[in-house]
Every structure is written in C-alpha cells, then in structure tokens.
Design a protein around this ligand. Structure first.
Ligand code: SD4
Length: 321
C-alpha cells in the first residue's frame, strides 16, 4: 500500500490528519505537516487528552508534553511539563530551531515560550475544573503514587477526600480514555521523514510528572534512512522500553512495519502484560502498520492515514493482541 506522501497519526483524529495533509499539499515540509497536524489537535482539545483543559494534575493544573523530530538531521525539539502555553508542539519546534538544546521543562520552558512570542494563558477550563473537583470528592481514580497507603487504591491525592467508592469495588487502574495522545508521522515523496507528539499526559499525575511523549525514542522517533514510529498509552510504563526507537531499528533491519510495531509492544508485554498502549509505524518507503496491547476495554486501536491514494483521511484499525 505504499504511496507517498504519507501522513499517519494515532486515534481517529481526522482533522489533524487533514491539517497535516493540506500542509504537505501546500508545499510545506514534513516538519510543517507534523507541527500543523498536532497543533490542530491542541486547538481542538482532541479527546480532552491533547492540549489545554484536560488531564488536571494533583493540584488541578493542566501541563503539556510535546516533541518533534527531523528524520533527516536527527534534530529533536521537545517540551515537558509546559505550563500556560497552548501550542506545545509549536514550542517544541522552537526549541529545535532556535536553541542547541533538545528538551526544555516546566516553568523555564514556559518562560522560553513567552520569550519566543507564544501567548501565556490559563490552561484550565470548566471541564478540567470539574474532572479535578470530582476527583477531590472521591470519585477519583488512584493517582500515580504507589505504596503511599496500605491500600493505594483508596489514595486520591494529598487532599484526603471523603471515600465514596463502595467497599470492595476496585478502581480501574488506568482510564483508557484519558490516554489519547496524538502521535504523528509524515513522509514526503522525497523520503523526508518527521514525527511528533502532543499530549496533556495523565490525569491526576504528580506535578512534575513527564510521560513518554516528549522523549525521543519513546513517544516518537524518526530516521529518514529507516522510518518512524509514534506511541500512545501509559507513558509511565512505555517510556521504559523506548518502543518507537526499537520499532524504527527493526524496520531498518527490514521488518515489516506491522511486525516492528508488534515486536516493540511485545517487549513491554513481557514485563507488563496489562499495560495500555499502541504504536504506529511507517517505513521510509511509506508502508505502515500499527499494534496495540489487548486489555479489557481495548481490543482495537484506531488510527488515521492520508496518502496519495486517498486525499481524505482514512480511518484504519488494528486488532490488539
Ligand atoms: C502519557 N503517553 O503522557 C501519554 C498519554 C497518552 O494516549 O499517550 N495517551 O503517558
């Protein structure tokens, strides 16, 4: 099915695919396409998991992680724990293009962004306020600390909320629908490859928590001599395995993209059979595939593709294994 150019991204975020595709059609570079595509999701607050107003942390604040990678030069720009700036992928690109650095974090990343002309604004919305207050009231999922109390499933942050969960009813460990990062790959007709991600991370995270998305090789990886991959899911687990890097190296060694994705997911499954996550993979000739770990409530993973055969974004799916 190879037909370049190609845009592929995680989840059914078709407007992001279309934005990236039209950027390529207008003569933009693959980096422009990835930036435009991810920025579209940031503005649209795709699934509440990208951009402002989602995934409030333990203090109620939304913070953003993003990265972009140039597969020709192997340059990376990334931001993590970015505060008060909506366009995280834009700031990531500014890190890549206007500094010698790779990753800026937290308050300092926000100051950098402001100095680069990005507008500082509150990332909190009524929705994120309500997610946060529900959580405080005790309708909370256990947060990302472990072994804090004898029964960590009852622990809902530093606020000692009233426990309203019925005794014996176990909370879900991961809310699958709070994990919908956009990861995107773009490849043009000349074989230039770029990849990027943008996310607001994980709900009720401990402030300062950084996921896989802004980490090269974890959230995404691109090398024009092999291909690219991008991840979505439980970043706290996935970032320990550099699945995007592994998948790209497997494609370099001639693995087919679906098989490369699958092997990278398998590597994580060995240690964490119940982790929630998926990977998209494309090789430099434009063949692509995806894989996901099958867990209750997640048996199929949806992603979007635009290539020269289909000017409109196509919804694709893969059965998890
Ligand atoms: C994270 N990987 O911060 C991100 C969340 C995510 O699909 O992918 N959602 O852990």
């Amino acid at each position: 099915h190879a037909s370049l150019p190609l845009v592929i991204n995680t989840w059914p975020f078709g407007d992001a695919t279309a934005a990236a595709w039209s950027s390529l059609q207008a003569g933009g570079s693959v980096l422009d396409a990835v930036e435009k595509g991810c920025a579209r999701c940031e503005a649209d607050q795709c699934d509440g998991s990208v951009g402002y107003g989602g995934s409030p942390d333990e203090t109620g604040e939304t913070t953003l992680d993003a990265m972009i990678m140039n597969g020709d030069t192997m340059e990376v720009g990334a931001v993590a724990d970015l505060r008060r700036i909506k366009n995280a992928i834009g700031v990531a690109r500014a890190v890549m293009e206007h500094t010698y650095h790779t990753l800026l974090v937290g308050e300092s990343a926000s100051v950098f962004a402001e100095n680069m002309g990005f507008i500082a604004e509150d990332l909190t919305t009524n929705k994120s306020r309500s997610i946060y207050s529900q959580w405080l009231k005790g309708n909370c999922q256990p947060n990302y600390r472990k072994n804090v109390f004898p029964d960590p499933s009852k622990y809902c942050g530093p606020y000692k909320p009233r426990a309203t969960r019925k005794p014996g009813r176990r909370a879900r460990r991961t809310n699958i629908h709070s994990h919908d990062t956009i990861g995107m790959i773009a490849i043009d007709e000349d074989g230039h490859v770029a990849a990027g991600t943008s996310t607001n991370g994980a709900r009720h995270k401990v402030p300062g928590r950084v996921g896989d998305s802004p980490i090269a090789g974890a959230g995404a990886y691109a090398d024009s001599s092999a291909g690219a991959a991008a991840a979505t899911g439980n970043g706290d687990i996935m970032m320990r395995f550099l699945p995007s890097y592994l998948a790209v190296e497997l494609m370099r060694a001639r693995a087919d993209p679906s098989a490369a994705c699958k092997t990278a997911i398998s590597r994580i499954k060995r240690h964490y059979p119940e982790f929630f996550g998926a990977l998209i993979c494309a090789n430099a000739t434009g063949h692509y595939g995806a894989a996901c770990n099958k867990v209750p409530g997640f048996s199929q993973f949806h992603y979007m593709v635009s290539d020269s055969k289909s000017n409109i974004p196509l919804l694709k799916s893969v059965d998890c294994f």
